[in-house]
Design a protein around this ligand. Structure first.
Ligand code: SAM
Length: 260
């Protein structure tokens, strides 16, 4: 259940410069991996798709997207977003827990499955990724975004200027979210990559989402359109570059399920 305050905080985050960067970077990275899938509209599953920010961008490109999310308020917001973009006929909303996917969703029919900023709220990462891969057709593409454990100590040291707290954060995979006021799990690209390998969906792309933005302490500056345009250009240049992706606030992994 998301109350009005949480939904307002979520929308404010999405509209913030750092929220907008997250969606632009993810969409740009994903586009590099869709060649070779069907030429026509793709069948896409957006697990924990929330209020449809990724979904509606994909539906606007002609694809058919199904969101599974267990928060009715998020799905109501997704409906409003789809109506606003005039893509309701290409968007399906299913209120369900991703740990208990309906059989017709888990049946290996999707060309692309998104699992963006969901894993941090689930208890069993490997089981969640296994369900995502099972929903993919052979040769299908998986996009996973998660909060980067490597970035947390750096972020605390730079943003809070608190070396002691940063030191403590080195060896924990738990933190609290501000927006949803809950505890969440931090991951690394290395550990998720190993799981995806075991699931027969090896990583074909590794990107950092916000490699620089979160280490700039002057948030006011990020609202200046000229500064933001420069920052966005820099983030787009760094998202796939070593070593920057390893300390980005979030990471995005693209996997490709074995063809048969
Ligand atoms: C941080 S939001 C991300 C939404 C969207 N993927 C995005 O990146 O814009 C996390 C979403 O996961 C959903 N969620 C969390 N646990 C879930 C579960 N067990 N089953 C289904 N949805 C879940 C929440 O309701 C929320 O909409």
């Amino acid at each position: 259940m998301r109350d009005d305050t949480t939904m307002t905080a979520w929308h404010e985050w999405q509209e913030s410069p750092w929220g907008r960067l997250r969606y632009t970077l993810a969409e740009t990275n994903l586009a590099k991996h869709l060649d070779g899938l069907d030429d026509g509209p793709l069948r896409i599953l957006d697990l924990g798709g929330g209020d449809g920010a990724d979904t509606v961008r994909l539906a606007e490109r002609g694809h058919h997207v199904t969101i599974v999310d267990n928060a009715p308020e998020m799905l109501a917001a997704a409906t409003r977003r789809a109506v606003g973009a005039d893509v309701t006929e290409r968007v399906t909303l299913i209120e369900a827990d991703v740990t208990e996917l309906p059989h017709d969703i888990a049946d290996g029919r999707y060309d692309l499955v998104l699992c963006h900023n969901l894993l941090q709220y689930l208890d069993d990462t490997a089981a969640a990724l296994a369900r995502a891969v099972t929903a993919l057709r052979p040769g299908g593409v998986l996009s996973v975004m998660a909060v980067n454990r490597h970035a947390t100590p750096l972020n605390i040291a730079v943003r809070q200027a608190d070396p002691t707290a940063a030191l403590a954060a080195l060896d924990t995979d738990r933190t609290r979210t501000v927006t949803f006021d809950t505890t969440m799990t931090l991951h690394t690209a290395e550990e998720l990559g190993e799981i995806l390998d075991r699931l027969g969906c090896p990583v074909t792309g590794h990107y950092g989402i916000r490699t620089i933005c979160d280490y700039i302490t002057d948030d006011e500056r990020k609202h200046d359109p000229a500064f933001f345009a420069d920052l966005e250009r820099l983030e787009l240049a760094l998202t796939g570059r070593h070593p920057y992706m390893h300390t980005a606030r979030l990471f995005q992994l693209i996997g490709r399920k074995h063809p048969g």
